[in-house]
Design a binder for this molecule. Sequence first.
Ligand code: TYD
Length: 132
Amino acid sequence: MQVTKYVFQPHGDERGQLVALEEYKEVPFKIKRVYYMYDMSPGIVRGRHAHKNLQQILICIHGSCKILLDNGNEKEVVLLEKPYEGLYVTNSMWHEMYDFSKDTVLMVLASDIYDENDYIRNYSEFLKFYGK
Ligand code: TYD
């Protein structure tokens, strides 16, 4: 199963670190939306869906969390724990985010605006949609 975890190059000096992300450069798509989640309740799971078209990059800019990726055939768990790491989640990937550390901020760069019709929120529909 193809899992792409980017390691972005920080611009570091004695003042600290800075990461810059540009569309079609560090990020392989046009960035049309940015959203982030924080104040996650202990033990909760977010996501639990796939998308028909959307591409996303998940960046844990503070704290850590795990992402379960599932392409319908195989599953893989990825740990995000550095603010310079980005997990590429393509459409067709069922994903679940969990094990958030306290004070985690998970930021997502997305290739399109929010559209509920692009979501597949039911796991058996996901398997049907991708013909697995
Ligand atoms: P939800 O899809 O449940 O989040 P997650 O995938 O992290 O479990 O979204 C939570 C709420 O936020 C839901 O009411 C839809 C809304 N929302 C937007 O309005 N715009 C967005 O870009 C996103 C991602 C969610």
